[in-house]
Design a protein around this ligand. Structure first.
Ligand code: ADP
Ligand code: MG
Length: 345
């Protein structure tokens, strides 16, 4: 007979590290949180620098509001936020963040340094964190308005995860996807992505447009076939805008960029619906480029399903998907008769 196990409470550090691993599964998840923080801070320019697919080094510099020096002591603790005060606020949340968990999580699984300056502060301040706490006293120093966050040696203390993420190239691809998606969706904000010490891989200008940014990121073959779509459904409290390729364009993999209330998310049901419409028009096993931005009544969207916030549940899904399908179908039909042939120059 085997003995029963002895039940013991896990240490706070272990609990926090496990929780952190749920939010941050790979460098691109951490970067998504950091980009959302920069956007919440009203930045107009965001520069991202990466080493080894973000596993060694991931830095994001913004020109947003900055963080007040007096908040630096607790900013990396769990559940500290400037965005949510009451549970009831969750219903109408319009910032990306609200849990106050991102910086805390990252500080439990990486070396995190913040350099920040608010517009009214005389100088910038620099602080380094470990397990949610300051590692050393906060240092005054020189710096621009805004915030620079540096994440080094991600998963240094989560050996299994580190082993699972063996390919910096693959991680960099995920990072490109996240930066590319946010750059297209936030075309008024300038985004720059580069590998440390190398040339810039991606750069969108400040106050650009969605189509211009698609051209920069995905190339002219897609951009020249784009059509804008728009839809307002007051009854469903739905508003949709986006860009989709016409029937001249098809690709074996295709691209689907989906934002719901400005959050980059994935939805199998929307993906399937869009594919089913295009399948009538495109060659077999080929797909379109589709960028959709849905705005739904925040009260009908549950962003609280999972800590990574990738999965978003919303009310009236079936009706909303039907509307999206007919909007795309109408647009494709209207252009099918004006098919253009490009000749090679
Ligand atoms: P949340 O975004 O859910 O509030 P985070 O852990 O991501 O939680 O961030 C904690 C707090 O740190 C934010 O509420 C915000 O006040 C501040 N913060 C984080 N990043 C930035 C930034 N880039 N610029 C200004 N403030 C920031
Ligand atoms: Mg956040």
């Amino acid at each position: 007979m085997s003995e029963p196990g002895i039940i013991k409470k896990l240490s706070e550090e272990v609990v926090n590290r496990i929780a952190a691993g749920e939010i941050v599964q790979r460098p691109s998840n951490a970067l998504k949180e950091l980009i959302e923080n920069s956007l919440d801070a009203k930045s107009t320019n965001i520069v991202i620098t990466v080493k080894a697919g973000g596993l060694k080094y991931l830095q994001i510099q913004d020109n947003g509001t900055g963080i007040r020096c007096e908040d630096l002591e607790i900013v990396c603790e769990r559940f500290t936020t400037s965005k949510l005060r009451e549970y009831e606020d969750l219903k109408e949340i319009c910032t990306y963040g609200f849990r106050g968990e991102a910086l805390a999580s990252i500080s439990h699984i990486a070396h995190l340094t913040i350099l920040t300056k608010t517009a009214t502060a005389k100088c910038a301040y620099k602080a380094s964190y470990e397990n949610g706490k300051l590692k050393a006293p906060i240092k005054p120093c020189a710096g621009n308005n805004g915030t620079q966050i540096t994440v080094e040696d991600l998963f240094y203390n989560v050996i299994a995860r580190k082993k699972a993420l063996r390919s910096p190239t693959e991680e960099y691809t995920h990072i490109m996807e996240v930066v590319g998606g946010y750059a297209i969706h936030n075309s008024h904000v300038g985004f720059t992505l580069k590998k440390f010490g190398e040339n810039t891989d991606l750069k969108t200008p400040i106050k650009s447009s969605v189509i211009e940014n698609v051209r920069i990121i995905h190339g002219n073959a897609i951009a020249r076939e784009l059509m804008e779509i728009e839809l307002e459904e007051p009854l469903l409290k739905l508003s949709l805008r986006g860009c989709i390729t016409n029937v001249n364009y098809s690709h074996k993999k295709g691209t689907m960029l989906l934002f719901i209330n400005h959050r980059m998310v994935d939805s199998q049901s929307i993906r399937k619906a869009v594919d089913s419409i295009y399948s009538t028009y495109l060659p077999k096993n080929s797909h379109a480029f589709v960028y959709l931005s849905l705005e739904l009544d925040p009260r009908n969207v549950d962003v609280n399903v999972h800590p990574t916030k990738h999965e978003v549940q919303f009310l009236y899904e079936e009706q909303i998907i039907e509307k999206i399908k007919s909007c795309i179908e109408t647009k494709l039909l209207s252009c099918n008769s004006t098919r253009v042939m490009y000749t090679q120059a």
